[in-house]
Design a protein around this ligand. Structure first.
Ligand SMILES: Nc1ncnc2c1ncn2[C@@H]1O[C@H](COP(=O)(O)OP(=O)(O)OP(=O)(O)O)[C@@H](O)[C@H]1O
Ligand SMILES: [Mg+2]
Length: 592
């Protein structure tokens, strides 16, 4: 039997970059974690386990084994391939066509160089060719892992760390040993983001073609361990509002509230700490912007991915070289965007003087949503008042509500929660904020509570000539529809978008198609609320933020959200595969 590969008519190389996403067991005791799943089929898997010696969790990437002879073969092919192919041409192709191209070219090379290599060896060698030419080298398997949120490399001779969606922080068996190699990897990252790094401009901030965000430093300074990089991964298709329900990040009532606010052009700011899920929530509630509205978005690095056609995205550009030539910052972009007369302006994150333009825009009737780093309304108001933003306190009154995202550990599992929704009732000239908090998450019970006394609804009712009852009724209908969608597992991007858009056109029909009627709901809803045990409603602590409005509304009852927690993490939007246990009971239906 000949050892040579068949170079003329090879079968299509078998490599699956999207293997089935497993249902990972949640393990309360870290030392008991021991799971293995496929990242790139049939070549690479990961073993996550408790490393007894090190006393920490380990993420061990298991790649195909090559013996010394095979490693030499790989090196020969890699060197020759590197000389033959034009990397710039390569990155413009689709992954499939790149794989095919590498495969064909390598087989040709093997034949020309007359290398002895069996089909079996070739396949293992091919994996490394794919990894290094098409992928992102050693970290390619991590990029392919649906469960990874963050990848972090702090230089040479120190392991790459990551944040896992289920098992959180852990060390990997990837360790860059050579500064030059790491530096050229950072150059590769820069090239993939369409940017440029050099000693003169050593900071990289960009997005990879899959939407992941990259930050890197390009330095060969030995004392600082050399270059560093972090990659924040995003799901290709953003999470829908329903998927956030699946993850128990918030309640249908909270979503229904945002839906009504966005429809009536209210202004919303999402606050929270680092990586608390602000951008994800922003993107999810953007589903509720009426389909025909004109939306402009402004970001430093591209993260938003909105479910709509009528959308003009723009990304700030940093200057190349000295003198800030060619720089377009958020401030100028935002000023410019208001000239395009959008219905909605979405600013990815407010940090500096652009906040001023944003608030002025709001004051002149453009609805806006944005995120900001702050963990409470108090901190937020302070940040807005002090340099570099220095907003006049009264201008803050144009803001309708602040949603506060937080990391939270629930049953020893790290989760993200919408901790509270705070309405800005009034900010006086001294900067004291009067607030109202219609929605809170109760940590002890892991339950969401709400009360029907929205001050923003009152504002909207006045502005749009509606009654509070009408708004509350609409709120109930939408909350129920969202419940129902979640219960039925309708949470994919296209489905969610379609139903929400359809609802804007024909609510009665949509409600009917889900067996929800649009009339006579008040009594049913009220009845349901009345059934909630009283002691539960009393356990809710009022958050100590700002002042409560002077007059407490009469309807003070806070209502717990359905008690059944859905299992698992819902579906991965871009693949539609089930993770975790399919949910049995789902949330309690409001209609009981
Ligand atoms: N509700 C959620 N449940 C679980 N994971 C989430 C949730 N929201 C976001 N994540 C994950 O957490 C990470 C950070 O999310 P995101 O970028 O939205 O946070 P952020 O607060 O905007 O971060 P930053 O402070 O960097 O702007 C992402 O990997 C994302 O997939
Ligand atoms: Mg963000």
């Amino acid at each position: 039997m000949s050892k040579k590969v068949i170079t003329m008519n090879p079968a299509r190389i078998d490599i699956n970059l999207n293997p089935t996403i497993p249902a990972l067991p949640k393990v309360a005791d870290k030392t008991k974690i021991n799971v293995r799943y496929t990242l790139i089929a049939p070549y690479v898997s990961v073993h996550i386990y408790w490393d007894k010696k090190q006393g920490e969790l380990m993420y061990k990437v298991e790649e195909p084994f090559l013996n010394e002879e095979e490693k030499k073969l790989l090196q020969i092919i890699e060197t020759n391939l590197g000389e033959m192919i034009n990397v710039n041409v390569l990155v413009q192709k689709t992954t499939e066509s790149m794989i095919e191209y590498i495969d064909k070219t390598s087989r040709l090379l093997i034949s020309e160089l007359d290398l002895e290599i069996s089909e079996d060896t070739y396949k293992r060698v091919f994996y490394y060719l794919f990894r290094d030419f098409v992928g992102l080298n050693e970290i390619e398997p991590l990029i392919r892992d649906y469960f990874i949120e963050d990848i972090e490399c702090n230089g040479v001779d120190t392991p790459v760390y990551l944040v896992h969606r289920v098992y959180r922080n852990m060390k990997t068996n990837i360790n860059y040993k050579n500064i030059d190699k790491l530096a050229s990897f950072v150059e590769k990252l820069a090239q993939r983001t369409g940017k440029y790094v050099s000693y003169a401009s050593p900071l990289l901030d960009g997005s990879l073609p899959d939407g992941s965000r990259v930050n890197a430093t390009y330095t060969k300074d030995i004392t600082s361990h050399g270059p560093t990089f972090t990659i924040r991964k995003f799901t290709k298709i953003p999470w829908t509002p329903i998927q956030l329900l699946d993850m128990k990040t918030l309640s249908p009532e909270m979503l229904a509230y945002f839906w009504i606010l966005l429809e009536h052009k209210a202004n919303i700011l999402i606050a929270g700490g680092t990586a608390s899920g602000k951008t994800t929530l922003l993107n999810a509630i953007a589903f509720f912007i009426p389909p025909e509205s004109r939306v402009v978005s402004i970001e430093d690095t591209r993260e938003l991915n909105l479910p709509r056609e009528n959308w003009l995205p723009s990304v700030a550009r940093t200057a190349l070289g000295v003198g800030k030539v060619g720089e377009v910052d958020l401030f100028s972009l935002l000023k410019n965007s208001f000239r395009q007369n959008p219905d909605y302006v979405i600013v990815g994150e407010v940090r500096g003087k652009e906040a001023f333009v944003l608030f002025q825009g709001m004051a002149s009737g453009h609805s806006s949503i944005s995120t900001m780093h702050a963990d409470s309304v108090d901190t937020l108001v302070k940040r807005l008042e002090t340099p570099p933003i220095e907003l006049s306190p009264t201008l803050m009154n144009t803001l309708d509500c602040v949603a506060i995202m937080t990391h939270a550990v629930v049953e020893k599992q790290e989760t993200r929660k919408l901790r509270e929704v705070v309405e800005v009732v009034n900010v006086d000239s001294k900067g004291t904020a009067m607030t109202n908090t219609p929605f809170v998450w109760n940590a002890r019970e892991d339950a969401f509570y709400f009360k029907k006394d929205s001050k923003v609804f009152e504002k909207l009712a006045t502005k749009y000539g509606l009654t509070i009852e009408e708004l509350n009724l609409e709120f109930d209908r939408r909350a129920k529809l969202l419940y129902e969608l979640q219960k039925r597992g309708i949470h994919g991007f296209d489905q969610a978008q379609q139903i929400i858009n359809q609802y804007h056109k024909n609510p009665v029909e949509v409600l009917a198609s889900f067996g929800l009627s649009s009339e006579g709901e008040e009594e049913v809803v009220q009845q349901q609320y009345a059934q909630q045990p009283i002691d539960q409603t009393q356990q809710v602590q009022q958050p100590q933020m700002g002042q409560q409005p002077a007059q407490q509304p009469t309807n003070q009852q806070q209502v717990p959200f359905g008690q059944q927690a859905p299992q698992g993490m819902g579906q991965q939007p871009d693949q539609g595969q089930q993770i975790g246990q399919p949910q049995q009971d789902g949330f309690q239906q409001p209609t009981g």
